[in-house]
Design a protein. Structure first.
Length: 177
């Protein structure tokens, strides 16, 4: 199995991303950030989409994973006001569409082997709190610096990629039975 997985933990202010090579080698990880957080959401999201395209072009993954929201955003955020879920959903959708467009831009023979997959947040997190997930990622990958990832977005991208690769191993083992 020669899988290079690019995982995205979308957000409208920042997006965590990670590239893992099968079975569990962290190639690179980071955050997509807008030029200014005070920009309108459409401009922030557009900037992150452009940066995503460049990263996909650089890494040429065989699988792109996009975490899809559960539809519940913490009501305590922004003092319970604002359009948090709507803007987050717009960011998630835009980043997913950007990944699909990047895949479509590939030559036909290369495109065949590339997947863009949406993974529901609850399917891979299994109810484990974000702080526990970040701590686990820090223990697995010394190059991940938890103190540089206040929101746990990079950890979630790494965790999503690890979950997917583990699922692939389970499927492979079942096929070999």
């Amino acid at each position: 199995m020669d899988d290079l997985v690019f995982a995205i933990d979308p957000g409208s202010l920042k997006t965590g991303w990670a590239v893992l090579k099968f079975p569990d080698q962290l190639v690179e990880a980071g955050l997509l950030l807008p030029v200014k957080k005070t920009m309108g959401s459409e401009f922030r999201i557009n900037t992150m989409c452009s940066d995503l395209w460049q990263l996909l072009k650089k890494h040429q993954p065989t699988t792109v994973l996009v975490e899809w929201t559960s539809g519940r955003l913490n009501c305590r955020r922004h003092r319970g006001e604002g359009q948090g879920l709507a803007v987050h959903g717009a960011a998630t959708g835009a980043l997913w569409r950007e990944a699909l467009a990047w895949r479509r831009s590939l030559p036909a023979e290369q495109r065949i082997g590339v997947k863009v997959i949406v993974v529901r947040e609850n399917d891979w997190t299994n109810g484990v709190p974000k702080s526990d997930r970040s701590t686990a990622i820090a223990s697995m990958f010394p190059e991940y610096k938890i103190e540089q990832d206040a929101g746990g977005d990079i950890a979630d991208a790494i965790g999503l990629a690890c979950w997917y690769l583990k699922e692939q191993l389970v499927r492979l083992a079942e096929c070999l039975k």
